[in-house]
Design a protein around this ligand. Structure first.
Ligand code: BG6
Length: 482
């Protein structure tokens, strides 16, 4: 296999310090990076390599807690680095990068930049002959803000890169439990044979965050929780739950199945949007013991009347044979009481109950992505007792991921994704069609909300969202998993 060079655009940005370099550092410490992998850090500031590394180590350490870099490991990690000062909008600035590149190696260009720089970077890479060897490009979301703009971004990419060399990141796909979802479904025959409308009552996907918008008003107010979280992360989780078994673990095979699900998602119509979608916005409240401002009072707030949602709950339907009549309840919000990401598969009640009242407790499968990654299956069994022959109880079969794990630390999603991008494995990256179809679905939901005046209802920071979100599910005789 050819040697790889990693070229990070936006090396002094927040994502780089928070996620990218810590992930690379961990991989290096674990001996998982190719020994000859070189890293070029590209940013605008005209500082030398030494100053860049000192600042980087300090910033990374702030996010890494007890696994912050130690002197020895940092010394060998630093040896991989070069620093190149580049203004990404200036064609002439790419000459320095061209000199650094080695066409006998694979160049992995990682764009950790605002999306408005994607097009100029691609253009200048091409114009300065940086695309003459073997190369791949890795991009962060957002890929557009609606169907039309995502098509435009993808068209630009397609002008310079073959789809097989484009790695679009959705970091949720790099999370251990998300990968385990594929294994659970397709390596266990009994699970897969019960995975349809005949056995499953409904599915819930919850992505609750404690944080607010974290000083990102400028970005977030134009986006909202639907575009920031549902279009990408929740959609990917829904696809992995709902898709048919792929023919293989090849990227194309998985993507083909995921696209079918996005296309089968019923478009939310104006006539039903008020019943199927709840939007919310947090007002001031308490978060983990501290008073916190409402969304409209967040630092940087520029639109005192903004209707941007920080919470959304949706009742979705996948219109295909397997899922006919099974609702998928999705909810995600900021400033919730806890950080929880989980998928609940709620099985149907028994068709005929021979054990009496206590027995008809439907099975429930909980796939927890964070915290305490793991999978739980609730089952009914008999309690050992001579006195009471029919004393039943609910037991939980627990697959704790920490047991038999390679290390105590569950790796960050970016570690998996870096390794795969370096090894040329696209299976955990998102294809063009999935993104565009997902935008089409979100566009129709947004249009329906706008036409019917579905506004963002206030909820107190630190609560589970607007009361209407409870009604959304309770009117169907179900409730959110607590
Ligand atoms: C990002 C969103 O994609 O995912 C953020 O832009 C969000 O708003 C984050 O906070 C959540 O990621 P995680 O891995 O912490 O669940």
């Amino acid at each position: 296999m050819s040697s790889v060079d990693l070229i990070i655009f936006g090396a002094s940005g927040d994502l780089s310090a928070r996620k990218l370099f810590p992930a690379l550092y961990q991989l290096d410490c674990a001996g998982l990076l190719p020994s000859d992998l070189r890293i070029a850090a590209l940013a605008r500031q005209d500082i030398g390599l030494d100053a860049f590394l000192i600042e980087l180590r300090e910033r990374m350490s702030g996010y890494m807690g007890d696994v912050a870099p130690n002197d020895n490991d940092w010394a060998s990690f630093s040896e991989r680095f070069s620093y190149i000062s580049v203004n990404f909008s200036e064609a002439d600035d790419f000459a320095g990068l061209r000199n650094w590149l080695d066409d006998s190696r694979v160049s992995l260009f990682y764009l950790a930049t605002p999306p408005n720089l994607f097009a100029p970077i691609c253009e200048h890479l091409n114009g300065s002959a940086c695309l003459s060897g073997d190369y791949r490009i890795v991009l962060e979301k957002p890929i557009g803000e609606d169907f039309a703009s995502s098509t435009q971004v993808n068209e630009t990419l397609a002008r310079y890169f073959d789809e097989r060399s484009i790695y679009r990141i959705d970091h949720y796909l790099g999370k251990e439990t998300v990968q385990n979802l594929l294994t659970l479904r397709f390596a266990n025959r009994f699970i897969n044979s019960q995975w349809d409308a005949s056995c499953i009552d409904h599915v819930q996907i919850t992505v609750a965050e404690v944080v607010g918008i974290e000083g990102r008003w400028g970005y977030y107010d134009n986006v909202g929780q639907l575009r920031d979280m549902v279009q990408n992360h929740l959609m990917q989780l829904l696809c992995l739950v709902a898709m048919e078994p792929p023919n293989s673990l090849e990227a194309e095979s998985i993507r083909d199945e995921k696209v079918k699900i996005v296309k089968a998602l019923r478009r939310i119509q104006p006539a039903t949007v008020a019943e199927e979608v709840v939007r919310g916005q947090y007002s001031q409240g308490w978060s983990q013991g501290s008073a916190v401002p409402g969304y409209l009072e967040e630092p940087g707030s520029e639109a005192p009347a903004s209707d941007t949602e920080t919470y959304v709950a949706i009742k979705a339907h996948v219109d295909n044979w397997r899922w006919a009549g099974v609702p998928f309840y999705l909810r995600t919000g900021k400033r919730m009481p806890e950080k929880v990401t989980e998928i609940i598969i709620q099985y149907k009640a028994l068709p005929h109950n021979i054990f009496g009242d206590g027995a008809n407790i439907p099975n429930r499968l909980i796939i927890r992505l964070q915290p305490n990654e793991g999978i739980e299956l609730s089952m009914v069994s008999k309690r050992q007792s001579l006195r009471d022959k029919l004393s039943l109880q609910t037991h939980t079969l627990n697959l704790d991921f920490r047991e038999n794990a390679e290390s105590d630390r569950i790796p960050d999603a970016y570690e998996r994704l870096f390794l795969d991008a370096i090894n040329g494995d696209q299976s955990l990256f998102v294809g063009r069609e999935e993104i565009e179809e997902s935008w089409r679905w979100c566009d129709s939901l947004i249009a329906a909300c706008q036409s019917q005046g579905v506004t963002a209802k206030p909820y107190h920071a630190g609560s589970w969202g607007p009361a209407k979100a409870e009604i959304l599910i309770e009117k169907d005789g179900r409730s959110w998993h607590a």
